[in-house]
Design a protein around this ligand. Sequence first.
Ligand SMILES: [Zn+2]
Ligand SMILES: [Zn+2]
Ligand SMILES: [Zn+2]
Ligand SMILES: [Zn+2]
Length: 160
Amino acid sequence: MTVRRKPGTARAGTKNRGTATRPARKGSGPRCGLCGKAGKLMRTECCEQWICDDEDTYVIFSYARNSCSRNHRRYTLCGYHSVEEHSGDWRECQQCRKDIETEMYVYYGTNDYNFVKLENPPSYEPTRCKKCGAVIRLAEDAYTMKGAGYYCERCSPVPW
Ligand SMILES: [Zn+2]
Ligand SMILES: [Zn+2]
Ligand SMILES: [Zn+2]
Ligand SMILES: [Zn+2]
């Protein structure tokens, strides 16, 4: 009895030791501090960090969040603080703290549009739907405000 090995299987395994695409560490040119891209960059007005100069890609009223510079300016305390022309460091700014609802304050201070995140964000009670009591994450969920109350998507009146 002869054991016959299938021929032709021995050719596998040309070791492909990682593609050598890593650039040879030359001139660590500036990269966007948020997404890491090294394209068209600018410095943020608020904190002088490199960021994608991509605001012109934003489609007005689209609410898309694909512009680094816009995201940083609109959705962070750093940006807000600067736009509102407060003084001092945003992390210590009482004005910001007072102006912005705690839940949003924490979101603005800790989301991924920040270069530096708020170290000790204050705690807050979750926002609840006034009608059904469901927790509403103000930064992510759809909701409506009526008077002083928040209404979750399900309990919101259908817009005509
Ligand atoms: Zn970017
Ligand atoms: Zn900034
Ligand atoms: Zn401020
Ligand atoms: Zn509800």
